[in-house]
Design a protein around this ligand. Structure first.
Ligand SMILES: O=C1O[C@H](COP(=O)(O)O)[C@@H](O)[C@H](O)[C@H]1O
Length: 225
């Protein structure tokens, strides 16, 4: 795990955007295409603003989500709506977007469709909640063990959080660790405390620990107070 510390959120967002753009660019040169998976929530907005004007051949980049709430695409809690409003703008408007949820009417059919359409990301940018969840791998959820099972073959699963609204679709641990690289972006003293606790040992009540304490996929942590 590599640790990067920044004086404020704009500095962290700018550095994160430059790193992600450089990794996408390397994938474009190597493979002719690149896939970026981003997190939702509230904190990624400055990063999206910094990333969307990076000079890249965005027409060969596919953007998808690490996780999504099972809500229609115009719902205020939709991660796809967040990406459309804040990331798929400026130069990045040329990127293709692969949402995880359709019209949010039938979770079984839509999860099957999302798994069928899934594209393995080159880079995934993770967030973390103060309860230690990452993607939508929530502590205490019935589906957590399945989501953390490295033998699981389907990349996406449905998770019903006990402490947060909406059924979620989430990338599994196995799918996330199959990315070329992972970046965790966090800020604030509360999240730092959770991070420090999770870094001490694998602990299912802090699912993020499964990503900090692994050797399958390189992880960079972007931290700002
Ligand atoms: O519910 C979610 O929360 C986490 C953390 O969000 P943040 O706004 O506190 O950074 C996020 O990473 C995840 O994608 C989202 O669906």
């Amino acid at each position: 795990m590599q640790w990067f510390e920044f004086p404020d959120a704009p500095a962290s967002a700018a550095a994160l955007a430059a790193t992600v753009a450089q990794r996408l660019s390397a994938a474009l040169a190597r493979d002719g295409r690149a896939v970026l998976a981003v997190s939702g929530g509230k904190s990624p907005v400055p990063f999206f603003h910094a990333l969307r004007s990076q000079p890249l051949d965005w027409s060969r980049v596919l953007i998808t989500l690490v996780d999504e709430r099972f809500v229609p695409p115009d719902h205020p809690d939709s991660n796809a709506a967040l990406v459309r409003e804040h990331l798929l703008q400026d130069a990045a408007a040329a990127a293709r977007f692969l949402p995880l949820v359709g019209d949010a009417r039938d979770d079984v059919t839509e999860l099957a469709a999302a798994n069928a359409a899934y594209q393995q990301p080159t880079v995934a940018v993770l967030g973390m909640g103060e309860d230690g969840h990452t993607a939508s791998l929530f502590p205490g959820a019935d589906a957590l063990a399945d989501g953390l099972d490295m033998a699981r073959s389907l990349p996406l699963l449905a998770v019903q959080p006990l402490t947060a609204p909406h059924l979620r679709f989430s990338m599994s641990k196995a799918a996330l660790l199959a990315c070329d690289s992972l970046i965790l972006s966090i800020q604030g003293a509360g999240k730092r405390q959770v991070f420090d606790q999770a870094a001490q040992g694998i602990n299912d009540s802090l699912p993020i620990s499964h990503f900090l304490l692994q050797t399958e996929c390189p992880l960079d942590v972007y931290w700002t107070a």
